[in-house]
Design a protein around this ligand. Sequence first.
Ligand code: MG
Length: 162
Amino acid sequence: MRIGIGYDVHRLVEGRKLILGGVKIPYPKGLEGHSDADVLTHAICDALLGAAGERDLGEHFPDTDARYKEICSLELLKEVGGLLAGKGWTIENIDSVVVMETPKLNPFKQKIKEKICETLGLDSDRVNVKATTTEGLGYLGRSEAVASYAVCLLKKGDGFLF
Ligand code: MG
């Protein structure tokens, strides 16, 4: 078994959609980035790559590559899942936290979880999505950005999950 950790932050700006875990969240601002800037999905990708010893998301999908401009990050997650499956890894579980002051993520957590499970071909009890605030402290508390953390556990074996 191997564990991995992922962390990401993207700035909240005008004129962008807010996409978290592949789900569009109604909000006047969105996350800035080369792709759709889905900060949660990026953290999950990095946790998975890290556990497999496969470097990081930026190395696999550089933000200088026009192919990834505005790309839906679930497509990147799907590729990461395929890469791991190809090397014989199965995903035991993924846990994650989104840190944002506004908007409240509660109404969207279930949908986000479903999207991630669907993308990776996982049963719904293998992925968990949590949300928290920083109680108004710092740049996250001022809603200048959204951060995400993720951890995962991988197993070498069966391959039936993909
Ligand atoms: Mg990112």
